[in-house]
Design a protein around this ligand. Structure first.
Ligand code: PAF
Length: 249
């Protein structure tokens, strides 16, 4: 069976964890590297996206990739492009801040699945909303989520972290600290209060959203029998950071 690890390149330890997971499932691991223009809001973001092909090949190979596929635009999007609309979760949180983003993600993921025809595909829990939206595509491909890889202080590994200033990098772990502090709170309201208080103490962090939601529908958590997750996004030094953590024991 073949397992696909879709990426946009700029690989790091987080991607390597996805590739290792794929390799634990199969001897045939395809890593795709394609910077998908459909999921960016503007041309400047695409232009600024890091392109590190040689290093990507090294890191992917070391982690166990057996095939690294870097398709051209025309291969993914033959004319005309058939765009796919993401599920309703896509309008919330990350989707509200980045309109059209998740439609671009599901459109490219659908094309990657059509071309590679993998039995399974691996995605990081770091982009938890993306992971749930891809799960809701209900494709025949098994979708496997892999826990977030973190720096020594808990900051989720991301290719954006290198854009943080020295002081920004120090305060960036406020997101992780807030979620850890809230994780075992006795009620959802107290957990939310802990998160809000913790992030408000860091003046460098400009919060976009900090919420506790049901993992299945991304509605604000009220039902204690459902799996809950804290999701946080915001900016430090103008760099957008997002993270999440399951709440409860
Ligand atoms: O998570 C990403 O890197 C991208 O959104 C993905 C899934 C590779 C689609 O372009």
């Amino acid at each position: 069976m073949s397992v696909l690890v879709p990426t946009m390149g700029a690989l790091h330890k987080g991607h390597q964890a996805l590739i290792k997971r794929a390799r634990s499932m199969s001897k045939q691991v395809v890593v795709s590297i394609f910077i998908n223009p459909l999921q960016f809001e503007n041309a400047q973001d695409i232009a600024q996206y890091p392109r590190t092909a040689e290093r990507d090949i090294q890191l992917a190979t070391l982690a166990g990739a057996t095939e690294i596929w870097m398709p051209e635009y025309e291969e993914i999007y033959p004319d005309p492009i058939t765009k796919i609309r993401a599920s309703s979760i896509a309008d919330l949180y990350e989707g509200a801040s980045r309109p059209g983003h998740f439609d671009g993600v599901v459109t490219v993921v659908n094309r990657l699945f059509e071309i590679v025809k993998p039995e399974a595909a691996i995605f990081g829990e770091k982009d938890f909303q993306q992971l749930q939206i891809i799960r809701s595509m209900k494709s025949a491909v098994e979708i496997v989520g892999v826990p977030t890889v973190r720096e020594f202080d808990g900051l989720a590994i991301s290719s954006r972290n290198i854009r943080l200033s020295q002081s920004g990098r120090v305060s960036a772990n406020v997101i992780y600290r807030a979620m850890v502090a809230a994780r075992l709170a006795p009620t959802i309201a107290i957990a939310q209060e802990i998160i809000d208080t913790t992030i408000s103490t860091d003046f460098g962090f400009k919060c976009d959203y900090a919420a506790i939601i049901n993992e299945d529908d991304f509605c604000l958590a009220t039902d204690t029998t459902k799996q809950k997750r804290a999701i946080i996004a915001g900016w430090i030094d103008g760099v957008r950071l997002i993270d999440n953590m399951r709440m409860g024991a």
